[in-house]
Design a protein around this ligand. Structure first.
Ligand SMILES: [Zn+2]
Length: 418
C-alpha cells in the first residue's frame, strides 16, 4: 500500500483507508490496517473523509477576468467587457488563470472540471501538472475564435492520462450557426467525443431560438441539430419546459446546474425538482469566475440545494443526499470518470479530508450536512486525486507562486481595457 489514512471519520464510523496504484484497496475498522515501511501515513483523527466534488461546467481561466463588468446583462457583459479582454489572451495567460482556478477548486474540495475555454493544450498541460481531472472542450464560437486550438488539443488525445479527456464544446446557439452545430453532432459520432454546450440560459436565448432558428425552445433546437445524446452536458437549463425535460430525460442528457451564476446574472432558476421527477440527470457547476464569482463547489452545492428548495417552495424538493450525489458520483460519471466519484474498494482513489476542529463541525450532529451547509473552503485540509495527494495541510504545491503569476497576468489584461 502506498497511502494509509488512519482513524478517519467516514459515514459515522472510524476507519482506516488504504490506497495503492490510484485505487482504494481496503476500508477497514480503525486500528486494523498496518502500514508497510514504504507507506505514507496520514492521521485522520481530526478529519471527515468524503468524496470530492466534480465541477461540470467551467471557464477556468476566467479567474483573470473576475470582477470585470459587474451588474451588466449577459450580452452586454460579453460584448463590452469579456470578449474585448479575451481577444488579448495568450496560451501563457490561460495557463496562469487555469492554475489559479485549480488552486481555488482544490481548496473547496473539487478534483475535476469540465472546461470550455481557449488555448486548450495549455489547460490540459496545467491540469496534468497539478494532478487533477479535466474534460477539455474543442470549441466552436464565432467570437474571439483566434484563440481556439482544437486541432492541437485533438492531436494530444492519444497521449492523455486517464484523468484527462476531451469533448466537443460548441459555445451556445447564439454564437454558432445551424451548420456548425450539425457538423459538431456528426463529428461527435465520428470521433466518439461527447458534447458540452450552454443551453436555455436566458430568456434572450429563448427568443433567439424562436426568431433566428424558428424553434420552439433552445432544447428543441439543439435536439434538431443532433446534439442531445446520452453523454451530452447542457449547462444552465434555466428556461426549460415540461416537454423539454421529458425530451432531455429520453435522450439521457445531464444538466450542469449553475445556481450562483444564474442568480447573479438574473438568468433564471433551473427547476431541479421537476427535472428529477422527469428523470433528468443533474450535476452542479460553478460556471466561470467572471460570472459567479466564486469557484467554491461547497458554496455552489449549498446554493443548488437552496435554489431547488426555494424554487419548489418546499424543503423536501431536494435532499442532502441527492445534492451530494449530484456533485460527486453523478458528476464523475458525466465527465467520463465512471470508476471515480465514490469511496469504495476498487474505485479510483479520489477523496478529501475535512477539518472537524472548525466551529461549523463542533455540534457534530451531521458532519456531511455541516460540510455543505455550514462550512466553507477553509475546512478542506487534504485532497487526493487518483491516489495522489494534490493538496495537503490546506496548501497546494507552489500556491504562492501560482497566485503571484495570476496577479501579474490579470494586471496585464486589465491594462488598456475598459
Ligand atoms: Zn458558462
Amino acid at each position: 500500500m502506498e497511502l494509509l489514512i488512519q482513524d478517519v471519520l467516514w459515514q459515522g464510523r472510524r476507519v482506516d483507508v488504504a490506497i495503492a496504484e490510484g485505487v482504494f484497496t481496503a476500508i477497514e475498522p480503525a486500528g486494523t490496517l498496518e502500514p508497510t515501511p514504504s507507506t505514507t501515513c496520514l492521521s485522520g483523527r481530526h478529519f471527515l473523509l468524503r468524496s470530492p466534488f466534480y465541477n461540470t461546467h467551467t471557464h477556468h481561466a476566467m479567474t483573470l477576468l473576475r470582477g470585470a463588468g459587474e451588474d451588466l446583462p449577459l450580452m452586454a457583459w460579453l460584448n463590452q467587457r469579456i470578449w474585448p479582454r479575451e481577444a488579448r489572451l495568450t496560451s501563457e495567460l490561460v495557463a496562469a488563470g487555469t492554475r489559479l482556478a485549480i488552486v481555488e477548486s482544490l481548496h473547496s474540495g473539487c478534483v475535476a472540471f469540465n472546461d470550455m475555454y481557449f488555448h486548450q493544450p495549455a489547460i490540459l498541460r496545467v491540469a496534468q501538472e497539478m494532478g487533477v481531472r479535466a474534460r477539455v472542450g474543442l470549441m466552436v464560437m464565432n467570437q474571439v475564435s483566434d484563440h481556439i486550438e482544437n486541432e492541437a488539443a485533438l492531436a494530444l488525445r492519444p497521449t492523455l492520462p486517464k484523468t484527462l479527456n476531451l469533448c466537443l464544446a460548441p459555445h451556445a446557439l447564439y454564437t454558432t450557426t445551424t451548420e456548425q452545430l450539425c457538423a459538431m453532432a456528426r463529428q461527435s459520432e465520428e470521433l466518439g467525443l461527447p458534447i458540452h454546450i450552454h443551453a436555455a440560459e436566458t430568456l434572450a436565448e429563448c427568443e433567439i431560438a424562436r426568431e433566428r432558428f424558428h424553434a420552439a425552445t433552445p432544447v428543441r433546437y439543439l435536439d434538431a441539430c443532433g446534439l442531445l445524446k446520452s453523454d451530452t452536458i447542457l449547462a444552465h437549463c434555466c428556461h426549460v419546459t415540461d416537454d423539454d425535460l421529458a425530451l432531455m430525460a429520453q435522450r439521457g442528457v445531464t444538466v450542469a446546474h449553475c445556481p450562483q451564476s444564474n442568480q447573479k446574472l438574473g438568468s433564471g432558476t433551473f427547476p431541479w425538482a421537476k427535472a428529477r421527477a422527469a428523470g433528468v440527470k443533474v450535476t452542479v457547476a460553478t460556471d466561470g469566475a467572471a460570472s459567479n464569482n466564486s469557484l467554491s463547489m461547497i458554496a455552489e452545492v449549498k446554493a443548488a440545494a437552496l435554489s431547488a428548495k426555494l424554487g419548489a417552495s418546499s424543503p423536501e424538493a431536494v435532499t442532502l443526499a441527492e445534492v451530494d450525489e449530484a456533485a460527486t458520483t453523478v458528476a464523475a460519471r458525466a465527465l467520463g470518470f465512471a470508476n471515480a466519484g465514490e469511496i469504495a474498494v476498487g474505485r479510483e482513489a479520489d477523496c478529501i479530508l475535512v477539518d472537524l476542529r472548525l466551529p461549523a463541525f463542533a455540534a457534530g450532529n451531521n458532519p456531511d450536512a455541516d460540510f455543505i451547509y455550514a462550512a466553507d473552503s477553509s475546512c478542506v485540509d487534504t485532497v487526493i486525486c487518483a491516489g495522489r495527494i494534490v493538496m495537503q495541510n490546506k496548501v497546494v504545491p507552489n500556491e504562492a507562486a501560482i497566485l503571484a503569476e495570476a496577479r501579474e497576468a490579470a494586471a496585464w489584461l486589465r491594462k488598456e481595457s475598459v
